[in-house]
Design a protein around this ligand. Structure first.
Ligand code: CTP
Length: 408
């Protein structure tokens, strides 16, 4: 499967820190995701880990300072920096950060960074005292101001035995930052995308709620796909046990009313709304203040309608012309296309993703989905059974086209 890492040339700089061992895992994860990973180790890094470790997991050469002075050395540093799509330094020691902040180029890695013009991701790793030192803080601020993406550090146990801020982020989390950096400059750069995901919970009493089986997976995949194209993403999520895609601003909500409020609050700035959440249509009119007890007999729960978020968005849109593009979702168990078509028009959507929840491997909880996209223009995209990530990437491609239509 094609990933945002596929075929990307990533130059991974590894500097002197005990977190070097995690850098080998990062290199392995990047290579497995399809990236072409060239590694440059500083002299200090080679005391912790050998170039061979990296060569073994990347299948490519790992460079050390001796290469700078080798027969091809005079072009090596320029070539490595120039050909990279992205530069990642993980772990980035306080010393290397200081050199980068001041343009010092005294080893293969710092020379390569100076020669490169691609985006830079820095994953600091050092003792808490070094991290908090005003010099390090000033260097990081300067590098960030120049456009570097600073990933971490995290808080926790440090090699010094102390607890504090300075731990390099875990490779899985760094992958998220690298993905974010790779997306910068994509087709949705400068665009704000609001995504809703998951189901809502409508309280019956303090311990019980009416909810649905939505896992949030499709919505979270949409948020990731928008980030992959460089969008600024707000993710309004019902209760969902899923990690936030790195770079998304997550707003957690529980009820349909909270989701309604969060969506309308974010709307004025927003270019695109992807309404993937399975919003409850009904809620208990008067949730009990205390837990309902068995002894009181079988309760009758009176329900009322929740606000229809998309209908209210349509109203706002009439006066503000924003969001430019609105996409709805229809999970149906019968008359799929008729119901989806009706919702497309009634909610004044640009596109609706319809899926038959009775189909195996599609819909709630699973990682795959089979959707039919109905456009307001009459166009239909009938997608095969694919991963939710692929569905999301396809929808975002259509969103880019719809936005271009608005502009044109
Ligand atoms: N939706 C919404 N507000 C609600 C209910 C749904 O904005 N209170 C949105 C969903 O997020 C989805 C679309 O409307 O994008 C269709 O949701 P769905 O539940 O399929 O449609 P309903 O209008 O609720 O109709 P029904 O439940 O009768 O099928």
């Amino acid at each position: 499967m094609n990933t945002p890492f596929s075929g990307k040339k990533i130059l991974l700089g590894v500097t002197g820190s005990i977190a070097c061992y995690k850098a080998a895992d990062l290199a392995s994860k990047l290579a497995q995701a399809g990236a072409l990973v060239d590694v440059v180790l500083t002299e200090a890094a080679t005391h912790f880990v050998s170039p061979l470790t990296f060569q073994s997991v990347t299948g490519r050469r790992a460079y050390v300072d001796a290469d700078l002075w080798g027969s091809e050395g005079h072009v090596q540093h320029i070539a490595l920096g120039h050909s990279a799509n992205l530069l990642v330094i993980a772990p980035a020691s306080a010393n290397t950060l200081a050199k980068l902040a001041h343009g010092i180029a005294d080893n293969l890695l710092t020379v390569s960074v100076l020669a490169a013009s691609c985006p830079l991701v820095l994953a600091p790793a050092m003792d808490g005292g070094m991290y908090n030192h005003p010099a390090t803080q000033a260097n990081l601020a300067l590098l960030e101001q120049r456009g570097a993406l600073i990933a971490g550090p995290g808080e926790g146990h440090l090699a010094s035995g102390l607890t504090g801020k300075g731990r390099m982020l875990e490779p899985a989390e760094l992958m998220g930052y690298i993905r974010l950096a790779l997306g910068r400059g994509g087709a949705l750069s400068g665009r704000r995308v609001l995504v809703t995901a998951g189901g809502t919970q409508e309280p019956i009493d303090p311990v019980r709620a009416i909810t649905n089986r939505s896992s949030g997976k499709q919505g979270f995949a949409l948020a990731q796909a928008a980030l992959d194209l460089g969008a600024q993403v707000t993710l309004v999520a019902g209760p969902a046990d899923l990690p936030t895609p790195v770079g998304a601003q997550r707003v957690d909500v529980r009820t349909a009313a909270e989701m309604h409020q969060a969506v309308l609050a974010a709307l004025p700035d927003c270019d695109v709304l992807l309404m993937a959440a399975a919003v409850a249509d009904f809620r208990p009119t008067a949730p009990a203040e205390n837990k309902i007890k068995k002894e009181t007999g079988i309760p009758t729960i009176q329900l009322e309608k929740t606000p229809d978020i998309l209908r209210d968005v349509a109203q706002v849109r009439q006066s503000t012309a924003r969001p430019h593009v609105v996409v709805g979702f229809a999970a149906e168990s019968e008359a799929l296309l008729d119901n989806a078509e009706r919702k497309l028009h009634e909610k004044r959507l640009d596109m609706i993703a319809a899926n038959d929840i009775r189909a195996a491997d599609a819909g709630f909880g699973v990682d795959t989905n089979r959707v039919i996209l109905l456009h307001a223009s009459g166009k239909v995209d009938n997608l095969p059974l694919i991963s939710k990530a692929e569905v999301a990437a396809f929808i975002l491609q259509r969103v880019v086209e719809l936005l271009a239509g608005v502009a044109g």
